[in-house]
Design a protein around this ligand. Sequence first.
Ligand SMILES: [Fe+2]
Ligand SMILES: [Fe+2]
Length: 272
Amino acid sequence: MNQIVPRDLDVDLATLPRHWMANNATATAIANGVNLLFPHGERFFVRSVNQFRDQIDDPALRAAIKGFFGQEGRHAHAHDELNATLRTQGFEVDQFLDHYRRLSSWLEAHTPPKLSLAVTAAAEHFTAILAEGAFSLNMLDQAAPAMRQLLAWHAAEEIEHRAVAFDVLQAIDPSYALRIAGLIYATIVLGGFWLWGALMLLRQEPGGVLGARRDLGRVPRRQPIVRRVFLRGIRQYLARDFHPSHNTTDRLASEWMAARGMSLPGAITEAA
Ligand SMILES: [Fe+2]
Ligand SMILES: [Fe+2]
């Protein structure tokens, strides 16, 4: 297993252009739609794993869990700042965020802890596939520099910790049915809130929802990231012998960054 270490990113979003993705309103709304979900979603991932932390004896997995918590906590914080930036750009996001937090908190309160863990394992697979696509499909090259920096850091760490929740789930309950129940649940909830968030943002653009398809057609080298994430991710996850390490993406982020003269911030060592 990779060493999983948190890193602090110092990035200034104050001058981020409103249409930071490919200079395009629709592509930005799609990207912002999932970005909006991260702070509350990643704190849920941490809670759902933390409920089982004391039942994990393997020292390597315990260390990985600690690194995973450190990374996700920082991602949530960075995406809180991005959400604040969307407000200063004039987007009304708080009504949506309030609905999202309330609905997902209600769901969490009514979901058995093992199923929440299975949902997190599946959602982490989706974020790892999304991260892989961000690098390998050169999506990040179309983002404004500050967002390229933020998302490259986030994506690199998603790839790094992609197996943690999955390994905790396997240690707690290796049932295939539970894993697939988590996949179905995560697909519906993540897909539903992402779509809702993106439509909510598009309604605040001059072209609205109806102009979105035409607007998206103007993006050069458009990549079907949503289809790739959901269809490829689901197909992989359905394989009985699937493990996140089967996706050999360990060097993807460092190679992508090196080719662009970028690097990750230094690792932070934290007390146990
Ligand atoms: Fe994250
Ligand atoms: Fe993650």
